[in-house]
Design a protein around this ligand. Structure first.
Ligand code: SAH
Ligand code: SF4
Ligand code: F3S
Length: 454
């Protein structure tokens, strides 16, 4: 019997990947994905715990879902309500204490057991936040449906770095890399089903060290070179990287692997060495600048992106100025910045030198204004150029398609659906604050670098 499954995904791309895999796991039980919660037989909230706001959103959503569930049960139906992901892992039983109408709570390493949980739920509520003795990947079925032109593929999970502000080592567990052969097999299946761009995912993706067939570990650079040989896989990206693991082999791959797109998200968090040390980032601002220099030597047109935290405990005005200086020097194509958010159980949360919220907000505004100027300048510099755009999906207006440039810019074009899933040469005509628009000047799947790239 067909049952309706609604999944709402919060947080990072790894959760997007996990949500798709949950659909695969539940497909044999007759669940088909739907895009609204009304009338669903099962609802999963795949949650994020990274900042307080992200975590609190889940409880307000659970409040909204409560009457839906009740109405369905009053009609004699059933609605299984499940909370997965990083809030589930961090809070476990607490989720059911705050929202007793939740039936299942499961962590990011437990979702391969969803069929068992679903079959037991009629008898009792389930909380499964065990970290696995076995890796869940060994138990996941093949993809139940095509993933589209651009797809995510998780190759590495967890984190052993323990930055003092961050919950990820506690919610995702210890660092783990999938074997090379498994990643290659999944990538080939994706390509057979129409994917032409793959973004490799991991909380520390460039710490990848999965075993090859000979049981010797391979690096991310090795993996990228193997993936680039797959016929029909035209574009590769990876995220998120840590500066400590940005080795020369990976930097060099940006210089000569044609499928590897000229975009790198490399979070630095702060430009102050004292703050970086307090964050336990284990690199300095100078080391970050040196990576940037070397990667631009390998790939002069690379677009750089980063994450910043402002108002980490004890951050002074002068230390914040060092962050602004680093941004001014590097010139980012885009970047995310956040107010420091205290996370229960992390070392920095207990410090008594927390920065007042109004100071954090003022710093955030200043940093974001600078980053906005840089991303606008980056986008404007592409006007007049011809870029290769992978047209991924229909736009908001009819007759419009949206895709990504090699540099990760969103690009809108007027084109009919026959262009969907194809890589087209697009003449860029205008730059908006967060996207570009242009016209197709030719379909050219084989030629991937922008024609006027350095
Ligand atoms: N693994 C990645 C990032 C993981 S979380 C890395 O090491 O860079 C994504 C981003 O959220 C981080 O880069 C950081 O900028 C931000 N973040 C993490 N914890 C935070 C906190 N407690 N408060 C504010 N921002 C935070
Ligand atoms: Fe969090 Fe640091 Fe690990 Fe990134 S490297 S996931 S910021 S602990
Ligand atoms: Fe959030 Fe978990 Fe990703 S905390 S950012 S969903 S790893």
């Amino acid at each position: 019997m067909r049952k309706k499954l609604f999944i709402k995904t919060y947080g990072c791309q790894m959760n997007v990947y996990d949500s798709a895999r949950m659909t695969d796991v539940l497909a044999p039980l007759g669940y088909v994905p739907v895009d609204q919660p009304e009338g669903a037989d099962m609802i999963i909230l795949n949650t994020c715990h990274i900042r307080e706001k992200a975590a609190e959103k889940v409880y307000s959503e659970l409040g909204r879902l409560r009457p839906l569930k009740r109405a369905r049960e009053e009609d004699g139906g059933e609605m299984i309500l499940a909370v997965g992901g990083c809030v589930a892992q961090a809070e476990g039983d607490e989720v059911r204490r705050r929202a007793p109408w939740v039936d299942v709570v499961f962590g990011p390493q437990a979702y391969h057991r969803l069929p068992d949980m679903v079959s037991q739920v009629t008898r009792q509520a389930i909380v499964d936040t065990e970290f696995p003795v076995e890796a869940k990947f060994d138990f996941l079925p093949e993809e139940s449906s095509p993933r589209g032109a651009a797809a995510f593929l998780t190759i590495q999970e967890g984190c052993d770095k323990f930055c003092t502000f961050c919950v990820v080592p506690y919610t995702r567990g210890a660092e783990f890399s999938r074997p090379l052969g498994d990643v290659l097999a999944e990538a080939r299946r994706l390509v057979e089903n129409g994917t032409s761009e793959i973004t490799l995912l991991g909380q520390n993706v460039n710490a990848y060290h999965g075993n090859g067939a000979d049981r010797r570990p391979r690096s991310l650079a090795d993996l990228i070179r193997e993936l680039a040989l797959i016929d029909g896989l035209h574009r590769l990206r990876y995220t998120t990287s840590h500066p400590r693991d940005m080795d020369q082999a990976l930097i060099s791959a940006h210089g000569d692997v044609e499928a590897l797109m000229p975009f790198l998200h490399l979070p630095v968090q702060s430009g102050s060495d004292r703050i970086l040390a307090e964050m336990n980032r284990r690199h300095t601002a100078a080391e970050y600048r040196s990576i940037v220099e070397r990667i631009r030597l390998a790939r002069p047109d690379i677009a750089l992106s980063s994450d910043f935290i402002v108002g980490f405990p004890g951050e002074t005005d002068a230390e914040f100025q060092s962050t602004l200086e680093l941004v001014a020097d590097v010139e980012f194509a885009s970047a995310y910045s956040f107010r420091y958010s205290t996370r229960p159980g992390t070392p920095a949360a207990d410090r008594d030198d927390q920065v007042p919220e109004d100071v954090k907000s003022a710093r955030l505004n200043e940093l974001q204004a600078l980053i906005d100027r840089q991303s606008r300048a980056f986008n404007e510099a592409t006007v007049g150029r011809e870029l290769q755009v992978l047209l991924e999906r229909p736009g908001r207006h009819s007759g419009q398609l949206v895709g990504r440039s090699p540099y990760m810019q969103a690009v809108h074009v007027h084109a009919d659906d026959s262009h969907l899933g194809r890589i087209a040469s697009v003449r860029i005509e205008a730059a908006m604050p967060n996207s570009l628009s242009g016209s197709i000047v030719g379909n050219d799947v084989g030629r991937l670098r922008s024609v006027d790239a350095a």
